[in-house]
Design a protein around this ligand. Structure first.
Ligand code: F6R
Length: 369
């Protein structure tokens, strides 16, 4: 049932173009309007919202972090993201005009469920994004948007993550459309790009042999650091989480600008640093900044693996190894840049002889707080 793959995780990585396409299917109308029928919230409900909180754990939390950048940029509604396990203990400010988005693949994560119940007690509107039809979190939410990743067997989340991103982008674009915002042109073009993403993921997957070769070269390392800016920062966190859970290796993700405030001390000769480089076409300032971060870590002896957009020769010349990803609008790039992170962790863990699908100490669904 692994369909010829060595692990369920590799199989699920390969299923990502289909999973994302399935999640978008039927939800983008002919004139580019977003159809979210199964979300039982009216346009007026969406217009009344003046604040968004996203609550989730682990990989789902990283999908939430990406969503914050998208929602705030497209809608101008303030959006905060919080680890579900921290949310209710700090007495967050919520009311009827707050929308809480709970993201959970399993729909059963106790921390997320408790955060959702707290939000409902405070009269907030709860929209959940889940991969499991009829699970507790969607059942207790006011509205649900299901991801269509299919069954995810490997403990480490891959295709569920990409479909969470796709669903979250739909929610963000829907919010932008119903509220009629100033970025209307951008929203229409992003939507076209979103629909084109599964094909790009497909072409990216064809190059994953390169990533596997590269990953094996780093299996004897003590640690791997990941750096990113903007939406590349949550991707860095996700790359590090994957490596921790699968390879049992010390890995950390940093906002690249934070390096100089402490973590740069970790770098010595040969320390691998994976840099998630934003497109040089869109937000070029961000691109310049990360290129200087690459130079900073190189100067301290780091070995840099750059994940950059096809055609980005500037970042490529500064790095020791380069993995090119297809061109995409900056906000959608995580749908692509996350993929080599998954393959890298999976292959590195295999090289160390670990059980890819069942890492030690972890369970697929965490039903205790
Ligand atoms: C990491 C992973 C976990 C889950 C987290 C939340 O690969 O799978 O970090 O993302 O336990 O699970 P859900 O999304 O089911 O609430």
């Amino acid at each position: 049932e692994k369909g010829g793959f060595d692990s369920f995780m590799l199989k699920e990585i390969a299923e990502q173009p289909q999973a994302v396409a399935d999640t978008l299917r039927g939800r983008v109308g002919e004139n580019g309007e977003i159809v979210l029928d199964e979300v039982r919230m009216s346009d007026q409900d969406f217009r009344d919202i003046d604040k968004v909180f996203i609550v989730a754990c682990g990989t789902s939390y990283h999908a939430g972090l990406v969503t914050k950048y998208a929602i705030e940029h497209w809608t101008r509604i303030p959006c905060e993201v919080e680890l579900a396990s921290e949310f209710r203990y700090r007495d967050p400010v919520l009311d009827r005009s707050t929308m809480v988005i709970a993201i959970s693949q399993s729909g059963e994560t106790m921390d997320t469920l408790m955060a959702l119940r707290h939000a409902k007690d405070q009269k907030a509107r709860v929209l959940s994004i889940s991969n499991t039809v009829g699970s507790t979190i969607p059942r207790e939410s006011h509205a649900v948007l299901y991801t269509r990743a299919g069954l995810e067997v490997a403990v480490a989340s891959t295709k569920a993550f990409l479909t969470q991103l796709a669903a979250c982008y739909l929610v963000g674009l829907h919010l932008a459309q119903v509220r009629g915002i100033k970025y209307a042109d951008e929203v229409a073009s992003v939507l076209r790009e979103l629909v084109a993403t599964p094909e790009k993921i497909d072409s990216l997957l064809e190059k994953m042999e390169e990533v596997r070769d590269l990953a094996r070269q780093f299996s004897a390392c003590q640690r791997v650091l990941f750096i990113g800016r903007h939406v590349g920062y949550p991707v860095a966190l996700e790359g590090a989480l994957k490596l921790k859970e699968l390879a049992y290796m010390h890995a950390e993700g940093f906002a690249a600008g934070e390096l100089k405030h402490g973590p740069i001390s970790l770098i010595d000769d040969g320390t691998p640093v994976v840099a998630i480089v934003p497109s040089p076409r869109g937000r070029s300032l961000l691109h310049d900044k990360i290129v200087s971060n690459i130079q900073e870590v190189k100067a301290r002896g780091a070995t840099v693996i750059a994940i950059c957009e096809e055609g980005d020769h500037i970042a490529a010349t500064h790095a020791d190894h380069v993995i090119f990803t297809p061109q995409s609008p900056t906000l959608l790039a995580p749908l692509l840049t996350a993929v080599p992170m998954q393959v890298f962790a999976c292959e590195l863990a295999s090289a160390l002889g670990h059980d890819i699908d069942q890492p030690r100490n972890l369970a697929k669904s965490v039903t205790v707080e």
